[in-house]
Design a protein around this ligand. Structure first.
Ligand code: ARG
Length: 484
């Protein structure tokens, strides 16, 4: 009897076990069928991950190339905010993380780690003339860390009486230290050493604060990929390859972009101009399509509203539109961006640009809808009554009398909406869209000089806004004259 139960139990769970195994195998097979695998990193961490001539290079990419080779695949690399790496891995936007990523118990709850390929420790980085010379001196100081790193958790959990400033990029924290905004940066020793070599105004303080192991991160349960990665790491450890790769990066040649010689001439480097130009193109593209989507959605929503006002049975439309405008106008656009990119579109579209256009379009639609409502409400109530008493139908009254006048009221606010949308596109950098603002920020993180790139970006926005205002005013005037 009991035996029978056990057999039945195993028969029941067998299909699930089989399915689970097939799914795991699926993961590696789907990577293989693509012909390439995607490594996710945060390229602000020399010598592990950094930009050179527009390409991401470093110890991690060299090791990852060997892993891809062992599977007969090409390697693609995606630059992502360190803090978003695990989410991007879980969402399937990358196949593995190689980012000087420390194995921690907390992270191991959401991803699996390979064997270690490097050991590291947190260290204090200060300005050369700083009075801080040991850990005890940091009381009351402003300490910069990269958001979501082990430096962040060390400072949060183990240090008291400090003000922690969290930066998206490690290089932003270093730039803040160089310009005296913060007193100390806590970061990984090996990378900090490279920074000090290039920045004579910074120095490292003796003493390791933690003990950490760098590992490669894969999706939880992706055991087949993990096995390939571990085999390659072990082979590379034994034949001395890892050591050779590491020492090849010990002396970063002079032309590496993470230098501190950023003067106007450096900013004008063709490559940086290219970043700005590409960023500008993306900003204009996102603004254009989001405006179109916003106007379409806003017009649609306000039409629904008008229809529901004329017919009591359709009140539900009015409620839906109110819900839409309330939610959109009551939540920050960045939160909306995260929800659309990481939740709504996850598994449907991996393109952050699509998410950016959708979010800004939906967001703007709610405002457009309100502008249209305000434009209609501004029309003297007497006109509705006069129209009705003349026996005009609801439709004729709206299309012939009210809407043409409302358009005149609405146009200026629509123009204002397009302009604020252009500026709001700056939020898209949060999901990694390389727009104009992020391009500026990226240059600062390479040159450690915030002044020139950020001012250049501000001037470009200003020129765009002034230009757009001018064009929209002209259009507005033409339309007004035409309708008079
Ligand atoms: N080892 C640290 C951590 O895992 C810092 C890694 C930072 N890596 C980077 N590519 N910025 O939290």
């Amino acid at each position: 009897m009991i035996n029978n139960k056990i057999v039945r139990f195993f028969l029941c769970i067998f299909p699930f076990c089989f399915l689970a195994l097939v799914c795991k195998a699926e993961d590696i097979n789907s990577i293989k069928s693509k012909g390439y695998m995607t490594m996710g990193t945060s390229a602000d961490f020399p010598p592990f991950d950094f930009f050179k001539e527009g390409k991401i290079i470093g110890i991690d990419s060299d090791i990852s190339k060997r892993i891809a080779e062992s599977l007969g695949l090409e390697l693609k690399i995606k630059d992502i905010s360190f803090n978003a790496l695990i989410t991007e891995l879980k969402n399937g936007n990358i196949d593995f993380i190689a980012a000087g990523l420390t194995k921690t118990a907390e992270r191991a709850e959401s991803i699996d780690f390979s064997d270690s390929y490097f050991t590291a420790s947190q260290r204090l980085l200060v300005k050369s003339d700083s009075l801080v010379s040991r850990l005890e001196d940091i009381d009351g100081k402003k300490v910069g860390v990269q958001l979501g790193t082990t430096a962040d958790s060390y400072c949060t959990d183990d240090l008291e009486n400090i003000e922690i400033m969290r930066y998206d990029k490690a290089t932003d924290a270093i730039a803040a230290l160089s310009s005296g905004i913060i007193d100390i940066v806590v970061m990984d020793d090996f990378s900090a050493n490279q920074v000090v070599k290039k920045n004579k105004n910074l120095r490292l303080i003796d003493g390791n604060l933690t003990e950490e192991s760098y590992c490669i991160g894969v999706r939880k349960g992706n055991l087949i990929l993990l096995r390939f990665i571990n085999e390659t790491i072990s082979e590379m450890k034994h034949n001395g390859e890892i050591e050779r790769i590491v020492s090849s990066y010990m002396n970063i040649p002079e032309d590496v972009e993470n230098s501190n010689t950023s003067k106007a001439s450096e900013f004008l480097k063709r490559e940086y101009i290219q970043y700005i130009f590409n960023g500008l193109t993306v900003t204009l593209e996102v603004t254009f399509f989001a405006t179109l989507l916003g106007v379409a959605l806003g017009t649609f929503a306000s039409s629904l509203r008008i229809i529901s006002e004329t017919n009591k049975h359709l009140k539900i439309f009015d409620m839906l539109v109110s819900l839409y405008t309330t939610i959109v106008r009551g939540t920050p656009v960045i939160v909306q961006l995260f929800i659309i990119y990481y939740v709504v579109l996850s598994g449907i579209s991996k393109s952050p640009i699509v998410a950016a256009i959708m979010t800004l379009g939906i967001n703007s639609g709610a405002y457009v809808c309100e502008h249209i409502r305000a434009g209609i409400e501004a029309i003297d109530k007497g006109q509705f009554e006069a129209g009705k008493s003349l026996g005009l139908s609801e439709g004729t009254l709206m299309s012939r009398i009210i809407i043409p006048q409302a358009i005149k009221n609405i146009l200026p606010s629509l123009a204002g909406e397009a302009i604020s949308l252009l500026k709001e596109t700056a939020a898209v950098g949060f999901i990694g869209v390389m727009d104009l603002s992020l391009a500026g920020k990226k240059i600062t993180s390479i040159t450690f000089d915030p002044v020139l790139p950020l001012f250049a970006v501000a001037v470009i926005y200003l020129v765009l806004v002034v230009g757009l205002t001018f064009i929209l005013r002209k259009i507005e005037r033409k339309m007004k004259n035409a309708s008079n």
